[in-house]
Structure formats: structure tokens, C-alpha cells
Design a protein around this ligand. Structure first.
Ligand code: RP5
Length: 176
């Protein structure tokens, strides 16, 4: 079930043994990032959510990034818009894989967010998904976890088979 962000500025929502961190630069990013949580829910992957602004709460962001691995987090999904420095800064302060989600804002259609996240210097990778691509961020996190989890890998394979079947069904319907 998708988790609501009750009062994001109050802090990270704690669930039992989260393995994915879904973080964002502002609570205004949540309507986009929520799709990452929904994808994780579909695979029953536990996650926590929180707001960590690279610009407004830099120390809090660094504290989160530096402690995430020790707390059992395996993958971080970080979404931000505009001058979207959160994913890159988090990647600089954690050894964990970071998936960046460019959030589209009112101006520039998210191109600013995309370029801010994707153009990382060598040595500090961020796996960037499409503008607004939070669902794929969630699915990519599942795939990363599935690389070391046979049961989760089998679920991902089944999900892919379902996707394929959906296309075949639509194709068949068109031909009727
Ligand atoms: C970024 O600034 C956030 O990630 C958000 O996308 C954007 C606007 O934030 P608000 O002014 O809505 O809080 O840091």
C-alpha cells in the first residue's frame, strides 16, 4: 500500500527494516516520487521516505547519506527539481547505488532537473531515470536488489512476462 507523507519536514517515516530510501528535495516532489513507492509496494520491498534538501538542509542531507548504509539501506532513490543537486550530493556521501529522479517544475519542463542530475563527474555515478520517471526508479531499485535475491528476481521475471503478455493482448485486440 502506498505510504502518505504526513508531515515531510518532520522527518523520515520509519517502517520496519527499510532497504530502500525514497528521498526528495521538497515535499512538493512527493506527487512525482510516490510512483516509486508504489512500484516498491508491488514487489513488497520495504522503504522509508523523507525530505532532505541539498540547499535548505545540507547537513541533514549529508547525515542521511552517510548513515544510510549502516542502517541497512541498500538503494537510495532521490528526486529533485530545478537545480536538482540532491541525488549527486547524496551519491558523493554514500557508497550505495543512487537513482536520480528529475522532477519537472513549472518552467523548463524538467530539462533543468534532468541535466542537473545526469551530468555527474566521473567517479560519482547517479543512475538517472527519465523526467518524472519515478516508477522506473522504483523498478530499477527492485532489479538492483533482485541481483542478490533469487525470489525477487523471479518476481521481476514474472512482471516482465506480464508486461509482454499485455502488449500481445493489445495487439490481438487490435486485429480482431
Ligand atoms: C528542489 O526545489 C526541490 O526538489 C523541488 O523540486 C524544488 C522546489 O521546491 P519547493 O519550493 O516546492 O519546496 O530543491
Amino acid at each position: 500500500m502506498a505510504r502518505r507523507l504526513p508531515d515531510p519536514l518532520r522527518g523520515t517515516k520509519i517502517v520496519s527494516n527499510p532497504v530502500v530510501g525514497v528521498i526528495m528535495g521538497s515535499d512538493s516532489d512527493w506527487p512525482v516520487l510516490e510512483a516509486a513507492g508504489q512500484a516498491l509496494d508491488e514487489f513488497e520491498v520495504s522503504y522509508e521516505v523523507g525530505v532532505y534538501s541539498a540547499h535548505r538542509t545540507p547537513q541533514r542531507m549529508l547525515d542521511y547519506a552517510r548513515s544510510a548504509a549502516d542502517r541497512g539501506i541498500k538503494v537510495i532513490i532521490a528526486g529533485a527539481g530545478g537545480a536538482a543537486h540532491l541525488p549527486g550530493m547524496v551519491a558523493s556521501a554514500t557508497p550505495l547505488p543512487v537513482i536520480g529522479v528529475p522532477v519537472p517544475l513549472k518552467y523548463l519542463d524538467g530539462l533543468d532537473s534532468l541535466l542537473s542530475i545526469v551530468q555527474m563527474p566521473a567517479g560519482v555515478p547517479v543512475a538517472t531515470v527519465s523526467v518524472g520517471g519515478a516508477r522506473n526508479a522504483g523498478l530499477l531499485a527492485v532489479r538492483i536488489l533482485a541481483a542478490g535475491d533469487e525470489a525477487l528476481c523471479a518476481r521481476m521475471s514474472a512482471f516482465q512476462a506480464d508486461l509482454e503478455q499485455l502488449v500481445l493482448d493489445k495487439d490481438a485486440a487490435l486485429r480482431e
